[in-house]
Design a protein around this ligand. Sequence first.
Ligand code: IVH
Length: 672
Amino acid sequence: MSSNAKEKIEKLRATLSEHNYKYYVLAQPSISDFEFDKMLEELVALEQQYPEFSDPDSPSQKVGGAINKNFESFTHQYAMLSLGNTYSEEELRDFDQRIIKQLGHSDYEYVCELKFDGLSISLHYEKGQLLRAVTRGDGVKGDVVTDNVKTIKSLKTSLKGDYPESFEVRGEVFMHRPAFDKLNMEREEAGEVLYANPRNLASSSLKLQDSAEVAKRPLDIYLYQLLEKNETIKTHAESLDKMKSWGLKTSEYTKTCANMDAVFEFLKHWDEARKKLSYDIDGVVIKINNYQHREELGFTAKSPRWAIAYKFKSEAACTRLLSIDYQVGRTGAITPVANLEPVYLLGTTVKRASLHNANEIARLDVRAGDYVYVEKGGEIIPKITGVELSKRTGDLPMHTYITACPECGTPLERKEGEAQHYCPNEEHCRPQVVGRIQHFIHRKAMDISGMGDETVELLYENNLVRNVADLYDLKFEDVLKLDRMAEKSAQNLVDGILASTKIIYARVLFGLGIRYVGETVAKKLAAKFKTIEALMAATYEELLLVDEIGERIARSIIEFFSRESHREMMARLKAAGLQMENMEKEKERTSDILGGKSVVISGVFSRYSRDEIKDLVETNGGKNAGSISSKTDYVVAGENMGPAKLEKAMQLKIPILSEDEFLAMIGQGARI
Ligand code: IVH
């Protein structure tokens, strides 16, 4: 029994550490808070039952988190703790009973606040001026992100009134859902990876190095905790009033509650009312109001005993799956989509939901006619999360995945190791052909004004375009013949196409829609291969030498340019006058110390950011490579270099330099 428990404890610890990493470091959690908390609860229970297996490194002993090394780090004066939490009213009553027992009376009040689903921040003010903003980090030490926080419009950097000489306030930075949807939509159009929810987007925004970029992502803030030993402030409610009077933004929905009935009423109200807020909350925080009471109650190792978070369960709807359709994307990727009996979920009626790929359908064993659970989970497209087997009628046939493209009938292919099926008929499968042209004219690529997705459809229907080079052969008369096309719009369209010949080379590359070549990769390619001829002649090995280009991308680029039809299209685009070379000036060389040497950067650095180190490699004559091979001359290793890379470098006997050794080598002193 006990060896069984040990195994279970170890397994839970490993799983929770992995999820902690995904949540705090990658800001991309793969399970819900509810699932995480349930697992943690199970671990805590087992550890209590079997104290012989206790371990100070267990996730149950930590607040969790890791520190981002690119920012200056700051040790919090008071650790930023987390809150104990619960999903049940019964446990909330237990919490209340513990308070009564510890205080020895029931003469106390609670303050109920919304639990904002963002990331916590600590602000330091001196003489009424914002001095510093620090993220929570691992709870003990966080990152100084003052400039980024200053981009928040609702944050006062200069206070008014009777503020203390020096104090700290804490609160939550978050993003409103409409702003999130808009930014994600732009990312989707640009073919970039989407953020799962506003919290992740807010979190990664605060960690951006460039504040100007942060300013493009509208963040907001609510402050909910004053850390100041001011004898005149006796309750939390008073502290919130004071903060507000100094100009700090506090929530308008905070409520002082005299007893648990009032608390339950608040919970009930917000479980519904939250759906009408423009931002996400994941629960309610219930805090003891009086500071004297708080002092008597104190803290456990991880959280205050005077507060608890009540979390709402994430909402799912159950409805009938009518049928499964398939969509073909511009890259030929097939996405199965569920057609549902319309169901109301969090403010909208859901009729369709993604089923991701064949594996997901098999995993869920979902069948047409089943009752399924749909969740919004933050994504734009709702997803199916489970099947209600108790409602399955006996004779539903298992779903069989299609084997041929629903648009053109070509047999589908599935590359090894990939979950998605593809239609290989790139040249003649309608949604692929149209999708590629739509991608090409997009704002982030060739930005052809006067032309939208529907125009592309129309041009295709009328046999006027089959690939992007055909756009440049379009004549005013051809366009004018199209349905509903007036002279003015026809002229605009032709002018827009002509104007696009001035669009820079990197964007032309992005517009080609080579699989896995997004905006960033296109820029890197344009910087390394100054002309289209150089890029088309690049070998697999040469491509791998480019920063951020791995095997998958390199293979895709080689494949793209090896096709005769693509080479012909490139020649036509060049003849049409498109920009096919990089006109940007090279970075100035400071030395040739690394003359032609291939350098791999790995890990996180303390004095310079990764990009700055890479720049230093180049300005000193070296080349940055993405992965270690026998051709690598040096590896510059920061902290947390991956063990696989380290082993490979040692095996190949490649010199491994620390950040300081590297800087000394190129004659660059420490920056601080
Ligand atoms: S009070 C000792 N109030 O929830 C911690 N936290 O799990 C005191 N949060 O890290 C925090 N809304 O990021 C407090 N109204 C609120 C909150 C709130 C969101 C977050 C905060 C904290 C986490 C605790």
